[in-house]
Design a protein around this ligand. Structure first.
Ligand code: ZN
Length: 143
């Protein structure tokens, strides 16, 4: 909000916000006065998108975390193909584990780790179930 000050010559000056704390010239007598800062300057809110705070350039080491996360998601879908899901989840797990050391990528690495562990467990269950059903002759592939 604007601040009103009275100059030595009696002229009342309405000082807009952006001039608070800066020297202003009195239109009445021409003397330069520094406007007292009545309140601490309002911090300008800066909209920062964490992912793009430093431009579109990804932070070093985040690539592995992203890859781990993507593999985790793929692994969740690919677990139906027992062998494929297993490999995807193991690779994703390794990439996510490596990324844990990078503080900038930690959140993503943890998410990737969790997804890959779930994918891995599902793959193992699926593979074990397939092997069990195959061994006991319950799996006949529609024949
Ligand atoms: Zn004045």
């Amino acid at each position: 909000m604007p601040v009103q000050i009275t100059c030595g010559c009696g002229t009342k000056l309405d000082i807009p916000d952006h001039l608070i704390g800066k020297p202003v010239q009195c239109p009445g007598c021409g003397s330069v006065q520094t406007v007292p800062a009545m309140a601490p300057p309002t911090p300008i809110p800066v909209m920062v998108n964490p992912g793009y705070a430093y431009g579109a350039q990804p932070q070093p080491g985040k690539g592995k975390a992203i890859a781990g996360l993507v593999l985790g998601i793929v692994g969740l879908l690919a677990w139906l193909i027992a062998c494929g899901g297993l490999i995807i989840s193991i690779v994703g797990l390794v990439l996510s584990a490596i990324s844990l050391k990078n503080p900038a990528a930690r959140g993503m690495a943890i998410a990737g780790l969790v997804l890959n562990i779930i994918g891995l467990v599902l793959s193992i269950i699926n593979a074990a179930l397939g092997a069990y059903l195959g061994a006991t002759g319950q799996l006949n592939f529609g024949q």
